[in-house]
Ligand binder design. Structure first.
Ligand code: ZN
Length: 161
């Protein structure tokens, strides 16, 4: 865990407001650590290089939603089979807010790597996402489907350019 803390991987505004205890079990905590060390830390490191090369400014990445216990997942209207509930998925927003470059970067970065889903979520008509969902493994803890998707008005499509 070089660039992300466990705290930011489990923090949730909604959980705070609703008094939901979003503490993961030791098993799920291990999934979070595995996801960060295998995928998120290398992604963050490569994003820093990408930002420097392309003059994109600060390379910090925020997690808008990481682990969600079942109660929190229900509260935010997440899918019942969400990888967020297993500590395998994270919604990322770059601090420089350059969502178009971040989408492009994530796609390129994950090419040839083991991952489950990259979803450009809440896209507007110009293909600009609200955040990028990065899923390391399927909830079964085994499958890594390597899917690239766009979520537009609540529906999934092959990822747009
Ligand atoms: Zn997500």
């Amino acid at each position: 865990m070089k660039y992300f803390t466990l705290k930011e991987c489990i923090y949730s505004d909604t959980a705070e407001k609703k008094g939901i205890d979003n503490t993961p079990t030791p098993e799920i905590e291990a999934h979070i650590v595995e996801s960060v060390e295998t995928l998120l830390d290398p992604l963050r490191e490569a994003w820093e290089t990408y930002c420097k090369q392309n003059g994109l400014g600060v390379a910090s990445i925020g997690i808008s939603s990481g682990y969600r216990c079942p109660q929190l997942n229900r509260a935010v209207g997440g899918s019942t089979t969400s990888a967020h509930c297993y500590g395998y998925a994270f919604d990322l927003i770059p601090m420089n807010r350059n969502m178009r470059e971040f989408k492009r970067f994530c796609r390129k970065f994950l090419t040839g790597r083991a991952f489950d889903q990259l979803i450009s979520e809440g896209e507007d008509d110009n293909g600009m996402p609200s955040w990028m969902h990065v899923g390391y493994k399927h909830p079964d803890g085994k499958r890594q489907r390597g899917q690239y998707l766009s979520m537009i008005h609540g529906k999934y499509y092959p990822m747009t350019e």
